[in-house]
Design a protein around this ligand. Structure first.
Ligand SMILES: Cc1ncc(COP(=O)(O)O)c(C=O)c1O
Length: 338
């Protein structure tokens, strides 16, 4: 167990957050939506969806909230290029491109030439639309060559993956305060919060809960297969760095985190039967759009836990919708089985 030595008030935590540089990118607070028909279809708990897909900019998602903190040092430091490299359907690439456009910076995206790079669609299409300089590569080393070339040309390159890394988690300490205030307004104490667990949203929510002394089950579902113990240990390291930034007197260990790599399927980005079922069910009961890579897998895990009987009908579970919906267009045929 983590040694929880000090709990802070909302005001104290907010003051610490307010002391950090922050851009104004997201439409906040995001809604907390009741999904009664979905709950009924599953015969499960009340399901509330925290709509981080509705953060506003460029089809939204958790990155918009994260970038408010994590890209602030780029502006402060006079960087002129925002760079990101990941899968061809990366949401972070889309939002790196959109935020660069919004701030008047150059975006350079070094994406993977993977199975969803052709035809140009979804996030990749939007990344082009926002005017990014897009390189699709087959070997990771090509990314270093692009960075070297930009720096040789005199550009100051800010990598939205690695620069401001811990600040991305900090943004979800703020996200936790927002969510908890919405729950308190409705007098709801959820039995659990489900979130797609890359790193930052999961870590930030967990730090926020512990800092406030709120014992809350936060379940993180990974979009990639991974070792759960290793992932939880990594999250604890990130959480401890967040505590340093916010000057919080807390120590995290792997035991503070609950995460599952087993809902990802064989690899990142592959459509699983559970994700497909989740995307279709949520769309057809609520008119709510999930994505196949992140939120579909996370909701698939929640469906599994409900079917295992982990929740009763009088409980409430919060599902954090972290966005990613543009990728849906690159998976249309697979999703509908066409
Ligand atoms: C839709 C979506 N959800 C969740 C995540 C995980 O993000 P993080 O590790 O920043 O919480 C990502 C990351 O790319 C994403 O695009």
């Amino acid at each position: 167990m983590a040694s929880l030595t000090s709990v802070v008030t909302v005001e104290q935590l907010r003051k610490k957050l307010d002391g950090l540089d922050r851009l104004n990118l997201a439409d906040l607070p995001t809604p907390l939506t009741d999904c009664a028909r979905l709950s009924e279809a599953l015969g499960g708990p009340q399901i509330l969806v925290k709509r981080e897909d509705q953060t506003g900019l460029a089809f939204g998602g958790n990155k918009v909230r994260e970038f408010e903190y994590s890209v602030a040092p780029a502006v402060e430091g006079g960087y002129d290029v925002l760079l990101h490299g990941a899968a061809s359907q990366s949401n972070q690439s889309r939002l790196t491109a959109a935020v660069a456009a919004h701030l008047g910076l150059k975006a350079v995206i070094v994406g993977r030439k993977d199975d969803h790079a052709e035809p140009v669609n979804g996030n990749l299409f939007l990344t082009h639309l926002f005017g990014a300089d897009v390189h699709l590569i087959e070997n990771a080393e090509e990314k270093d060559a692009v960075i070297d070339r930009l720096e040789a040309e005199g550009h100051k390159v800010y990598n939205t993956s690695s620069d401001g890394y811990y600040l991305r988690s900090v943004s979800y300490v703020d996200g936790f305060l927002e969510l908890w205030a919405q729950l308190q307004e409705r007098d709801i104490e959820p039995a659990a919060v489900y979130v797609c667990s890359g790193v930052h949203t999961h870590v930030g929510l967990t730090v926020g809960a512990k800092a406030r002394g709120i014992p809350l089950r936060i379940v993180g579902i990974s979009p990639s297969p991974r070792d759960n113990d290793q992932a939880n240990a990594q999250f604890a390291e990130v959480a401890n760095e967040v505590c340093k930034i916010l000057d919080l007197d807390l120590v995290f260990t792997a035991d503070d985190f609950e995460s599952y790599g087993e809902y990802a399927g064989d690899a990142y980005g592959v459509l699983t039967e559970e994700s497909r079922e989740a995307v279709l069910l949520v769309a057809r009961t609520e008119g709510l759009v999930l994505d196949p890579v992140y939120t579909g897998k996370t909701f698939g895990a929640l469906i599994d836990h409900i079917r295992q009987g982990q929740y009763t009908q009088d409980q409430t579970v919060v599902f954090v919708h972290t966005g990613g919906t543009p990728a849906l267009f690159a998976y249309g045929n697979e999703l509908l089985g066409l």
